[in-house]
Design a protein around this ligand. Sequence first.
Ligand code: PGA
Length: 256
Amino acid sequence: MKTYIVGNWKLNFTVGEASIYLHKLLKKMPNYRDVEVVVAPSTIALQPLSLQVDRHKMKLSAQDAFYRDYGAFTGETSFSQLRGIVDFCIVGHSERRYIFGENDKMVAKKVAAAIRHKITPILCIGETESERAFGETADVIRDQLIGGLSEVADDDFDNVIIAYEPVWAISSTKAAKLATPDEIAEVVELIRQTLADTYGAELAEKVPVLFGGSVNKANAGAYLTVPGVNGLLIGGASLILDEFVDILEVAKRVRQ
Ligand code: PGA
């Protein structure tokens, strides 16, 4: 399985800035064999960047999309419109859940719509600080995982990625704390066990599980060597080109 390094740019960069970043990144980075490099710019930048990106080197992801293909849904962009432009789409990010009120039902429809349009969903799940404090982590993870995947057919699991992002570790969270490798290992194990119990052991092993939450070049190596972790979803640090390139090099070294 490849190692996935995904940069989530969130609401940052104009189209021009995104284009310059991509240009520099493509110049700086080699062609990695075992590392799948992905960046997720704002929706408005996706179409122009899709003409600029070298898809042999890296791929584009959307940060979100709507599950209906067309209709009276003011302000939305559909997966059908993104088809052919992106290879991935982040779905159910905690900022979507907690700022924009997305629930597991909507997330499940988005996961299904992505797959229908040949876009790999990166399904984000993770507990908040208070859920962890009340001992609810396992329940939250199971609910978000099973809920988010509820409309996925067994045959489509080749095209699904899970990202474990504890909300309390995301850099935009007030007083964010760094997750320890042991804390991550425990939840990743729970994710695989839940997948195995629900869909069978074979399927559970082939789904990539990424970690996200204040990842930077200093901790990327430790997080990538947590058992069961197949990659990283990176917010803040991915906005700094040199830092992102350093993380790619860490990923390459870990793979060797
Ligand atoms: P962070 O964001 O790396 O800035 O913590 C990660 C994310 O929200 O995906």
